[in-house]
Design a protein around this ligand. Structure first.
Ligand code: ADP
Ligand code: MG
Length: 681
């Protein structure tokens, strides 16, 4: 099976890749490490990705791109990118269309291209580990990812040469990896604190159906903020010791951040740790002091309390949106590397009033769930493939068996009747010629090749195997007889006439050899048929799941006076389609502009703009008369398409914002063209 389906967790800080092998999810590792930094750098003009790039970043942060996921699918003016401008070490600038360009090593890269390079690296890691090509993938995305961010992720996968079968929400993947399968409603909260983002999700598992009840989160809250809290403390400590701010020195800053993260990770195991930074930076008096501090678990907890509190606040909002209280939850799952911190675990336990589960490695659980989901999507196809392979092997085994059976028959008859029967010998010779001419394909007229139906294949393979065993026994007996007789005959013949040939004997000899070959090949083919059938069974019993997600944002259009009209509410289960009737607000208005936004603000312009199109050619009519039906549809990947239709003329127009690079702010200024809600609405 070279049809591997990769489960990819494309994280802000780390990424991982898993597959399902023999029915079980396994992580694929790069040099024995399963988490691969989502970093890209250039070293002497060469692109490097992963561990090497992260290491490179310590000394050359301007040319090392990290956390590009935070920029993915955002316009340059968005608060996310403006916030990133202050935090990122590499230069970011706007493209002429208002999207984001990253400048490193004299090149310009988009966040999609950076993500594509990371995905490409993951694909290489997988192909190296599997020793086979792997082109299909399920990629996970944060639950709060917008439509544009989802499209950008899919596009990055395609740039990396992957066929993206599905996007899956990260918490859904985690819950899936835990494999909850209960007869009754089973409520879960998934607390995912990663390197750059925080997601909290409340979901219900019922049988094979996973439903996301509500999601909340912050795409700017994660392990890096914990590192920064330690960094700030270290800087303050350095300042009070040396009266000098080391943060202007890029390399010192890089080392401080690296030391902060290392200490933080150590404190998940230890009560305290020593931070040592020799010759950290140059002071105004030209000296280079060593800097060292002891960081305790307690101090770390105090430094990061506001961050932990913020996650709990979001947990509260999410429970509220799901309409439940923490007592209603059956289980809480910890996901994301930062959730390994003891104070985080304690806070989660206290908040939800139960011990959170973390028995599957929190860094790997999302990739594993994505792989399991990919496998469940394709298990039926795999089953059919294996069944077809079994049927083919069975047909080969049958041909060989039939030829062997015929050969054996003739040889037996020849022996029983008389070794001198010329007619029989001739028949055997013809038979041999036929089988040899056909090679292994054995297209002999009277061998019927129709395979049995799938559900009878297994029985047929078994009875063929029984027949082969019998034939083998018989052939063994006949052939050992032949070789004795042959040598006697040959001896006689040779005594009778030294020059005489023994044509019949050599025919029988040849027949015995063929018979043997045919039997061996039949046995081999029937064994292969059996193996394929077993694999088909294994795929057949794979778990099929139905994942139901919810819309992560409210979606709607701008109607007159910048009013935002919501068509799809946040947390509505997807896939979903909703329509609503709008009308014109001027006499003889022949076009309406449909501008699509997401968000909760009442004024459309305060929400995030997604795209726009114009429905033209509306037959002239009095204002408020035309009925324009606007339909919003979200597919199972969470990707939105919008259509507008004039119900009288049947005229249609729509968009599916395909290229997230085309991010532009709406043209604006044509308010009269915007549709309005009919008075009755
Ligand atoms: P993401 O999915 O957001 O890319 P991960 O789930 O891999 O990231 O989490 C990465 C974060 O987890 C980093 O900030 C890292 O420092 C932190 N982390 C990893 N291991 C530990 C640990 N043992 N204790 C505390 N934090 C950890
Ligand atoms: Mg993650």
């Amino acid at each position: 099976m070279s049809q591997w389906i990769l489960g990819i967790d494309l994280g802000t800080v780390n990424s991982c890749v898993a597959v399902v092998k023999d029915g079980r999810a396994v992580m694929l590792s790069d040099d024995s490490r399963t988490t691969i930094p989502s970093c890209l750098a250039f070293q002497r003009g060469q692109e490097i990705v992963g561990h090497a790039a992260k290491r490179h970043g310590v000394t050359d942060p301007q040319n090392t791109i990290s956390a590009a996921k935070r920029l993915l699918g955002h316009s340059f003016d968005s608060p996310e990118v403006q916030d990133a401008l202050e935090r990122t070490s590499y230069p970011i600038r706007p493209s002429p269309l208002g999207s984001v360009l990253i400048e490193v090593d004299g090149r310009e890269l988009t966040p999609i291209q950076v993500s594509a390079s990371i995905l490409q690296r993951l694909r290489e890691v997988a192909e190296l580990a599997l020793e086979e090509p792997a082109t299909k993938a399920v990629i996970s995305v944060p639950a709060h990812f917008t439509d544009v961010q989802r499209k950008a992720t899919k596009l990055a996968g395609e740039y990396a040469g992957l066929e993206v079968l599905r996007l899956i929400n990260e918490p859904t993947a985690a819950a899936f990896a835990y494999g909850y399968r209960k007869a009754t409603d089973f409520k879960l909260a998934v607390y995912d604190l990663g390197g750059g983002t925080f997601d909290i999700t409340v979901m219900t598992a019922e049988g094979d159906c996973f439903r996301v009840d509500a999601t909340d989160g912050d795409s700017y809250l994660g392990g890096e903020d914990f590192d920064n809290a330690i960094l700030e403390w270290l800087i303050e400590e350095f300042k009070s010791e040396h009266g000098h701010d080391p943060s202007g020195d890029e390399s010192a800053r890089g080392r401080l951040i690296e030391a902060a993260e290392k200490a933080k990770i150590e404190l998940s195991e230890l009560e305290e740790t020593q931070i040592e930074l020799p010759f950290i930076t140059q002071l105004p008096d030209q000296s280079r002091p060593n800097f060292s501090r002891v960081l305790t678990r307690q101090k770390l907890s105090a430094l990061t309390q506001p961050l932990i509190q913020r996650t709990l606040e979001l947990c509260g909002n999410c429970l509220e949106a799901a309409g439940i209280i923490s007592e209603d939850l059956d289980e809480v799952l910890l996901v994301g590397g930062q959730s390994r911190m003891v104070a985080v675990r304690d806070a989660v336990r206290e908040f939800f009033g139960k011990e959170p589960r973390r028995d599957i490695n929190p860094d790997e659980v999302v990739a594993m769930g994505a792989a399991l989901f990919g496998y469940s999507l394709s298990a039926d196809d795999f089953k059919l493939e294996e069944q077809a392979a079994a049927a083919e092997a069975y047909a080969l085994a049958r041909q060989d068996t039939a030829i062997a059976r015929k050969l054996l028959n003739e040889v037996e008859k020849l022996r029983a009747d008389s070794i001198d029967d010329d007619a029989l010998a001739e028949r055997l010779e013809t038979l041999l010629e036929e089988t040899e001419a056909d090679g292994t394909s054995g297209r002999m007229d009277d061998i019927e090749l129709e395979p049995p139906p799938d559900d009878e294949l297994s029985g047929a393979v078994d009875s063929l195997r029984d027949e082969l065993m019998q034939l083998r026994g018989k052939a063994g007996a006949v052939m050992s007889g032949i070789s004795e007789e042959l040598s006697d005959e040959l001896a006689d013949e040779i005594t009778r006439n030294e020059q005489a040939e023994a044509p019949k004997d050599s025919t029988i000899d040849r027949a015995a050899q063929r018979l043997n070959e045919r039997l061996e090949s039949a046995v081999e083919a029937s064994e292969s048929a059996r193996t394929h059938l077993e694999k088909a069974d294994q795929h057949g019993s794979a778990r099929k799941v139905k994942l139901t997600d919810v819309a992560s944002h409210a979606l709607g259009i701008a109607s007159v006076s910048d009013l935002f009209t919501v068509l799809i509410d946040k947390n509505v289960p997807i896939p979903v389609a909703k329509e609503r009737i709008f009308t014109t607000n001027q006499d003889n208005q022949t076009e309406v502009a449909i501008r699509v936004f997401q968000g909760v603000a009442e004024r459309a312009s305060e929400n995030q703009f997604l795209g726009e199109f114009v429905l033209e050619g509306i037959p002239p009519a009095a204002r408020m008369e035309p009925k324009i039906e606007v339909t919003f549809r979200i597919d199972e990947d969470g990707i939105l398409s919008v259509q507008a239709r004039d119900t009288r003329s049947g005229l249609k127009q729509g968009i599916r914002v395909e290229d997230p690079l085309q991010l532009q702010q709406p043209a604006g200024g044509e308010a009269e063209k915007e549709p309005s809600s009919p008075p009755a609405d």
